[in-house]
Write a protein that binds this ligand. Sequence first.
Ligand code: RP5
Length: 175
Amino acid sequence: MTNDQGQIGIIMGSDSDLPTMQGAIAICEEFDVSCEVAIVSAHRTPQRMVDYAQTAHQRGLKVIIAGAGGAAHLPGMVASLTPLPVIGVPVSTRHLQGVDSLYSIVQMPAGIPVATVAIGNAKNAGLLAVQILASQQPELLERVQQYRQTLTQSVMDKQAALEKLGYQQYLSQMS
Ligand code: RP5
């Protein structure tokens, strides 16, 4: 079990999920929130999953982000083993494009919630985890507010460019 000190645990069923899950890691880095990253498979390393989930809160984690694809049992099983909030990331799959992952993660029974983001949207999982932390950390809350302002500003900049260029020139500069 990893001894890294982090506030957010980012786990995934396979290293093949890492390209997707890097979106959540990047958000932690952007907000200077510490995270620990680990491969924890519900099916291939079930005991490691149990150990990870049962000790997560004792190791100082505040939120767990769990990504998996296919028969994506990792987020739900981890949620059943920890009192911490769990955010599930459905990883896209070759045959079913991640719909299998989404259904596996989102349809949790009452009593054991998993906050499920869109297929492949680990960025939103990272943001949601940061926002959960920010509810108890005023400085982080301020940074979340600033982040939202940058989103607003980027849309307004696009609007200004659209008005200036007209839609045809705007479209041509997009490609
Ligand atoms: C799941 O099976 C993992 O989360 C991954 O998305 C999928 C495929 O794993 P690999 O065969 O690429 O290791 O458990």
